[in-house]
Design a protein. Structure first.
Lengths: 291, 148
């Protein structure tokens, strides 16, 4: 929530620029088409409405973060976020960075969010003297679903490379070319250096394909191996950013959350906090996922 | 709502979210317009073995008063992909049919109108001794009705 609110929030100026300089969409996304059909294009997609929508979305985000009318606020915050991203991608450009995180935000509205640490819970305790449920079997499923979707997306990316290019994708020249073009245009000197290292490019190409084709194994391997897979995925995303400016920060946050909550014993053991936290977990609700 | 009903509802949402990811795969006409349900076929193209060479290009726009601006996606009001695919690439291949469209977009509502576009490009080649940079000749396009 906090990441979306302060880090990944939409750039209002960019949206207003699109609205002022375009009278029609190039590739309207489904959400955009539905809104245009319901409200008419000019009535909804104009600078005034979008400015109001931006601040309304921000307000719902703050309410969701502090936990006031938590689930309604979560839903409206996620819905506003979806509208902004769909609008941005209706002008002939699409990126993959926002999709899974946006789905995750929406899923949070469907689970018992804000049951313990929220203004709602504090008000309820004050009013009735009863706190929210200590644990919930349902609280963890958005993160588990995101792990499935991450496996699907990486597999999709790997399969596309193999079906379209075959083994040639791993010849090193391919990765050198992609990296050089993006690192130069975005100003990433590490990527420019990498693009000149053919052998390293071959090795990283093989790693990329193996990683993308087999990350889904996280869903079936013993749970003690999960942190290793997630750390490799995190390194993969950080590496992509440092070499070519591929800014999948939302994926990094999701991977961090998975590391933090899906297998908490792993980091608690290393930090020595397992004994200090009741039951060896920060949030008893997530223990439902433990084997 | 009972726990069993909650679990049933959660299961239905899980199946729905996963299933929706299959829609752009099996229904190509809508492949690019179903965000946040997408295919993830990025960077699927390969290049053959041989010298690694890439072009970097930008368009500089000159106004009647002599001011110069880089033509960015924001200045044109298009996405970065559209700027590259619909404007940069055609100009790089000598297709001048997009020039009028660029001027039209750039000059909307302007008093100091843009009258000249300079296509500036460099070619970078990975060689045994490092990265070689070669500047290509600047190609100039003038707005309709502007002769110099």
């Amino acid at each position: 929530m906090g990441a979306q609110l302060v880090w990944f929030h939409p750039d209002l100026g960019e949206h207003l620029n699109f609205l002022r300089k375009n009278h029609e969409f190039l590739d309207p996304q489904l959400i955009t088409r539905v809104l245009a059909a319901v409200f008419s294009r000019d009535a909804f997609f104009n600078p005034t409405t979008f400015t109001v929508l931006y601040w309304a979305t921000f307000t719902f985000g703050v309410l969701a973060l502090v936990g006031l009318f938590t689930r309604v606020s979560l839903f409206l915050f996620a819905a506003g976020t979806w509208i902004f991203v769909a609008h941005l991608f209706s002008y002939g450009d699409r990126h993959h960075t926002e999709a899974l995180f946006a789905i995750f935000l929406m899923l949070l509205a469907l689970v018992p969010s804000g049951e313990r640490l929220s203004v709602d819970a504090a008000l309820r305790r004050r009013r009735t003297g009863v706190g929210g449920a200590a644990t919930s079997q349902l609280a963890i499923w958005p993160l588990k679903l995101i792990l499935v979707l991450l496996g699907l997306t990486y597999l999709s990316a790997g399969m596309a490379k193999m079906l379209h290019s075959g083994l040639r994708w791993m010849n090193g020249y391919t990765l050198q070319g992609h990296t050089l073009a993006d690192a130069l245009s975005r100003g990433y000197p590490f990527g420019v250096w990498l693009a000149q290292q053919h052998t390293l490019a071959v090795l990283l190409s093989v790693f990329t394909i193996v990683f993308e084709l087999f990350f889904w194994l996280t869903l079936v391997v013993p749970r003690r191996w999960l942190p290793a897979f997630l750390l490799v995925a995190l390194l993969f995303q950080v590496g992509l950013y440092l070499t070519g400016g591929y800014d999948f920060f939302q994926h990094m946050v999701l991977l961090g959350l998975l590391l933090l909550f899906l297998e908490p014993e792993w980091w608690q053991r290393r930090l020595g906090v397992g004994e200090r936290v009741s039951g060896g977990s920060l949030d008893p609700g997530v223990r439902t996922s433990a084997p | 709502m009972t726990d069993d009903r909650r679990k049933l509802l959660a299961s239905a949402v899980i199946v729905l979210v996963i299933a929706l990811h299959a829609v752009p795969v099996i229904y190509p006409p809508e492949r690019g317009t179903l965000w946040p349900f997408m295919v993830y076929a990025m960077y699927k193209h390969s290049r053959p073995a041989g010298p690694v060479e890439v072009n970097q290009r930008r368009i500089l726009a000159v106004t009647a008063s002599g001011a110069r601006d880089t033509v960015t996606d924001r200045l044109l009001g298009v996405s970065v992909t559209v700027l590259d695919q619909q404007y940069h690439r055609p100009l790089m291949t000598g297709d001048t049919s997009v020039v009028a469209a660029i001027f039209e977009r750039l000059n909307r509502g302007r008093t100091d109108r843009y009258v000249e576009l300079d296509l500036v490009s460099e070619t970078y080649t990975v060689t045994d001794t490092g990265l070689e940079r070669r500047e290509n000749p600047v190609v100039t396009y003038r707005a309709p009705g502007v002769t110099h």
